[in-house]
Design a protein around this ligand. Structure first.
Ligand code: ACM
Length: 530
């Protein structure tokens, strides 16, 4: 009541007076800028500086791609769009060629002799030219992301073009690089709050900068079903019509989903769809009465409790439903995996649960895909090739590994980007703890539990659950600066990583994020570059 009486101008005056009275904040010295070659995240396997001058990107810089082949040319265009700003008024030309490479060009070459593996690359920058060589297109793309981080942050602005006189330099250096783990992922929960196609594309763009290669979409939960299934249309028309808090929800049409898959593909990111079952299914149960054991559809749900819903595991229609959903999903999804959830089921016995997971697993395999599930699925008999996403910090992944499964490391107390940074963080939850930058970064998936090593780990994934995450700006606030920490754990060799070094490189990302318009959290423990 008191504040409402200090209205209008009075409040402004009061605020102005109090800010004058406050002592000036203690100025933290801005760190000296890191030289470009020591800014890169994830830190490359090997970086050797040359003594020569830098390479100058200018209006005459051409991008030459060999061989002249569509996927490689596409990567050349990506680079050309990116460095257009740095190069001057004209976007650099992309030329497919076989003959001599002109002096002063950036040469992207797919070359089996490079022996860089599926995703590695070599980047050599010399005063008279740049070469990125890779065995596979993904490696070329990652080499381009490294070159991108060696360019000044202003290249990220869409709207600015320098005149031709103001070319920029990149340091002379040789980088040899490749990932530690094949799976470098993040997850968006688009079920609890729906997030649009454009928001997902923006997140894909930001993931690509850090060489992440899997986006797991949590497409169905109690609060919403977000992917059109032609054979069960009520799933989206009814089950997609709301979200946490009672907002309007939404869903992806099949065309929207295909658009996301293609946008991701061009960034070497595979979409991993999840339909969570048998629990977390209220949206489906509300849409089709026959999926309930009592034949009665419950109301839609807009709260945030878990564990109360389950498909009726005794009914044949349940498995016809799963078969239809998986069949449609498999035809829309080029990636190898379909995620069947399997977490937090409280309404079934262990035997009922295990039998259900085994039937669902068999359906996915029948449609030509491999299964991923949250770590509870290790209570069932896993098929060869099934992957277990380890999320519960107090449960060891060893029982899953003992069945032959590989694991995705997603321990909630390290990787859940919807956990608050500190008790003061307005967004997010804290049931798995507070995750500051050091907590997100300073761990090794191979030593987090006894009895595991790199050979049993497929990779690392950072989920963002969306109980409190309603907007793209919220996603960005929680993902940055922690997503690059997870990306580095997944990519870089353990003996190249240290928190102190990472935090310097992280602070150096700030101007790039500002140029990209990222709503990042200025964690007070990081010295952010201006
Ligand atoms: C989960 O966080 N329930 C996988």
């Amino acid at each position: 009541m008191k504040s409402s009486r200090v209205g209008g101008l009075g409040l402004l005056v009061a605020l102005a007076a109090s800010s004058c009275a406050r002592p000036a904040p203690i100025a933290r010295p801005a760190p000296p800028p890191l030289d470009a070659m020591h800014r890169v995240i994830p830190i490359p396997v090997s970086v050797v500086a040359s003594t020569g001058n830098s390479f100058v990107v200018g209006p005459a810089t051409a991008i030459v791609v060999t061989p002249d082949e569509a996927e490689a040319i596409e990567i050349g265009r990506f680079l050309s769009d990116l460095i257009g700003t740095a190069a001057g008024p004209e976007t650099p030309q992309v030329v497919g060629g076989e003959g001599t490479i002109p002096e002063g060009s950036i040469h992207l070459t797919l070359d089996a002799a490079a022996a860089t593996g599926d995703e590695g690359y070599e980047l050599e920058i010399a005063p008279n030219g740049v070469v990125i060589a890779a065995e596979q297109p993904a490696g070329l793309f990652y080499g381009v992301q490294t070159l991108r981080q060696l360019l000044p942050p202003f290249v990220e602005y869409d709207a600015v073009r320098l005149d031709a006189a103001r070319s920029v330099g990149v340091p002379a250096v040789t980088i040899v690089d490749g990932p530690r783990f094949a799976w470098r992922g993040s997850m968006l929960d688009v079920a609890r709050h729906f997030h649009s196609v454009d928001d997902v594309k923006r997140y894909l763009d930001l993931m690509a900068l850090y060489k992440m290669n899997r986006l797991h979409l949590h497409l169905a939960d109690d609060q919403g079903w977000r992917l059109e299934i032609a054979s069960w249309p009520n799933l989206t028309t009814h089950g997609g019509s709301t979200e946490v808090g009672g907002g309007p929800g939404g869903y992806y049409t099949r065309a929207d989903y295909a658009d996301i898959v293609e946008y991701a593909r061009r960034r070497f990111i595979t979409i991993v769809p999840e339909i969570d079952m048998p629990g977390h299914t209220n949206a489906a149960l509300a849409s089709y009465a026959e999926l309930n054991c009592d034949g009665v559809a419950p109301p839609l749900y807009t709260g945030t409790n878990v564990g109360f819903s389950t498909l009726c595991v005794d009914k044949d229609v349940t498995y016809r439903f799963i078969d239809d959903v998986v069949r449609e999903l498999a035809t829309l999804t080029p990636g190898d995996y379909i995620h069947i959830g399997g977490d937090e089921v409280e309404r079934l016995s262990e035997a009922e649960y295990a039998a259900f997971i085994e039937r669902a697993q068999a359906i996915v395999l029948r449609h030509g895909k491999q299964v991923i599930g949250w770590d509870e699925i290790a209570h069932a008999q896993l098929a060869p090739g099934t992957v277990v996403q380890h999320w519960r910090p107090r449960e060891s992944p060893v029982p899953a590994i003992a069945q032959g499964a590989k694991i995705i490391a997603s321990s909630a107390d390290r990787t859940y980007l919807d956990m608050k940074y500190t008790p003061q963080t307005p967004l997010g939850l804290s049931w798995a703890g507070f995750i500051d930058v050091r907590t997100a970064y300073a761990w090794d998936p191979a030593t987090l539990y006894d009895g595991i090593d790199d050979s049993s780990i497929l990779g690392v994934e950072a989920p963002i659950w969306s109980e409190t995450i309603a907007h793209l700006s919220d996603i960005e606030r929680m993902a940055f600066p922690r997503l690059p920490a997870i990306a580095e754990i997944a990519w870089s060799p353990e003996d190249r990583r240290s928190y102190d070094d990472f935090s310097r490189r992280l602070g150096a990302q700030a101007p790039r994020w500002s140029a990209l318009g990222v709503n990042y959290y200025r964690a007070p423990e990081i010295l952010w570059e201006r």
